[in-house]
Design a protein around this ligand. Structure first.
Ligand code: G1P
Length: 289
């Protein structure tokens, strides 16, 4: 079966970015000229996804507004002859079929994914986490979909992280099959260095079979008192074959202040209007500091 639908959980408080996230969803923080969540939606669309469900919560309506039509703005741009800007605005409105659902209680990532059960139905689907932005010519999600099409089993997007960072991620216990592919035997959510079986971390991209929903319905709260997606995945890996794919690309943790600044800086260096002037500025700056 083809992977046509994706979920983007976007209900978190964004506490790592306080105070800016008191009133502004962290998903709406801009990286150069687009909100972070637009990069995620663009990756999904470029990977062949047709329908997207964004799981939000209270105080996140600016995400819905961003992907909605903006007739007054578009009309103004049209009469002023600002065709390029009009195309940018309309491009966001028409990007994909996007649906929204509010998670009424913040019970964890596993609980957020469970909110999509009716939307997904009985087909394989993708999950993209908003904090992880991946830059590569072949979209990260497309890389995972290609593995799913070949293996017909759930696929986790992974990369190796530094030992001291294992406690930030879901860590995979697996066997290497080929250069980039592993079978998943187990996982641990945010282990200590001593507990971690490997340094292979799940980095915000998943292709899952719908069997995960039944599992999440009975998954008990785990680490941090939250219903963890990782705990559901452990059970799924016991029931079905599961794979992890070491995807190609530069991955930015935009939920972290330094990661966000790196993403901003590097996307500015790639931006077709800004690249040269920003590069000059960075050089100048490194001489000053
Ligand atoms: C979540 C998952 C974790 C995964 C991480 C990727 O954690 O629970 O397994 O490795 O995303 O970014 P969070 O960063 O939301 O705490």
């Amino acid at each position: 079966m083809r992977v046509r639908k994706a979920i983007i959980p976007a209900a978190g408080y964004g506490t790592r970015f306080l105070p800016v996230t008191k009133a502004l969803p962290k998903e709406m923080l801009n990286i150069v000229d687009k909100p972070a969540i637009q990069y995620i939606v663009e990756e999904a669309v470029a990977s062949g996804i047709e329908e997207i469900l964004i799981i939000t919560t209270r105080n996140k309506s600016s995400i819905e507004n961003h992907f909605d039509a903006t007739p007054e703005l578009d009309h103004m741009l049209e009469i002023k002859g600002k065709d390029e800007l009009l195309a940018i605005s309309k491009g966001v409105t028409d990007i994909a079929d996007i649906y929204f659902k509010r998670q009424k209680e913040m019970k964890g990532l596993g609980h957020a994914v469970l909110q999509a059960k009716a939307f997904i139905g009985d087909e394989p689907f993708a999950v993209l986490l908003g904090d992880d932005i991946v830059y590569h010519e072949k979209p990260c999600l497309k890389q995972l979909i290609d593995v799913f099409n070949e293996k017909q089993g759930s696929v986790l997007g992974v990369q190796s992280v530094k030992k001291e960072d294992v406690s930030k991620y879901g860590i995979v216990d697996g066997l290497k099959l080929t250069d980039r592919l592993y079978t998943v035997n187990g996982m641990i959510e945010k282990p200590s260095i001593e507990e971690a079986p490997t340094t292979i971390a799940a980095l915000g991209r998943y292709i899952l079979t719908p069997a995960i929903f039944e599992i999440l319905e009975t998954t008990e709260p785990g680490k941090g008192g939250e219903i963890q997606l990782t705990d559901g995945l452990i059970e799924l890996a016991h029931k079905e074959e599961m794979f992890a794919y070491d995807f190609e690309g530069i991955r930015y943790d935009t939920g972290d202040k330094l990661g966000y600044l790196k993403a901003t800086c590097e996307y500015a260096l790639r931006h077709n209007e800004l690249n040269q002037s920003f590069k000059d500025y960075i050089k100048e700056l490194s001489d000053t500091f």
